[in-house]
Write a protein that binds this ligand. Sequence first.
Ligand code: AMP
Length: 408
Amino acid sequence: MRKKTIEDLHVHGKKVLVRVDFNVPIKDGSITDDNRIVQALPTIQYLLDEEAKIILFSHLGRVKTEEDKASNSLRVVADRLQELLARPVTFIPQTRGAILENAINSMNVGDIIMVENTRFEDLNGNKESKNDPELGAYWAGLGDLFVNDAFGTAHRAHASNVGIASLKEAAAGFLMEKELHYIGETVENPERPFVAILGGAKVSDKIGVIDNLLKKADKVLIGGGMAYTFMKALGYNIGTSIVENDKLELAKSLLEKAGGKLILPVDLVVSKEFKPDAAHRVTTYEKIQDDEMGLDIGPKTIKLFKKELKNAKTVVWNGPLGVFEFEAFAKGTRAICEILAGLKNAKTIIGGGDSAAAAIQMGFQDDFTHISTGGGASLEFLEGKELPGVTSLDDAVECDCGEDCGCH
Ligand code: AMP
């Protein structure tokens, strides 16, 4: 069932509560990557154009103690948003109370308020993170309508998403809609061939994703640390490579179930040490020494993956192919970025997390059809799970004319 989107709401003159994901990285008090703020701008701009009153909610980092508050205040985010929009954003350094209520009550259309970090409420009995009904009702009572644009937290049922959504007319913002389209619908009904690429540190983090994508994709290419559990399951000596010995049986059963769909690396880059400038060499799985660990896929694997991807019409990628944080072991991940950037007739989707960070860091942010803003959320979505932040939104009302014409 299609969910209501922001364009289904009558927002003119209304107080619109908007859950955004402004959980941006901050170092020494400065934002180091404002992508999440930038990605929410279309929704905010639409509400400005439609003359709504905008009240923004977000979490930032983890707030476990009073001391965590200073480094996790959203003030710096409100300042950045103000710069990006070139218009005032009123920051309210509270999550509840008279100052917030008075500020909202005296808003004019086109005004923007940013409420303090929703997780400050976690100091008070984890009210935000446990979706406390009183807190959800309080926040819902501050406005007329709810828009959820925070895909990154959609896999969690918190007061600021599910709590508010269950009490208000609730719709997806443009970013949420885009994420649901690419990570949801595209994976459900892919144009084929559909190739998935999975990497990252552990098999255990991605069992559900491998399982689901084996059902949906035509091929699943495996790289990164998780490949070594598969290789050990096949009987290879993997030296000191990262491995999950308790997942060997699982790896075996996935290989059997895959029936040739699962493609493993054929060569690798090994080193005796886990450090940026470690000496390294390319080898095959038959020739790994006892004191060597695999830290990247090798050139033959890159060639093999390129061949598998050549005619793909849909590609979903989650997890780096090697320890991309060290330049010497970033070649596999960079090669995948280059190959995908060259697939002009394919939908190329990065499912968030470290692979998104790697692609952006390597300068490929404009070369994919979609780079998800959600790490855990996109993983759970790729597993085929329902996301509470999405389920709690209103279903769209399809019109009688049988078309998606917006006549309601
Ligand atoms: P994940 O969050 O599961 O996507 O894992 C990302 C992490 O996996 C990154 O920090 C990579 O450095 C790490 N990784 C990728 N390949 C390897 C490998 N061969 N050995 C150890 N860690 C790896």
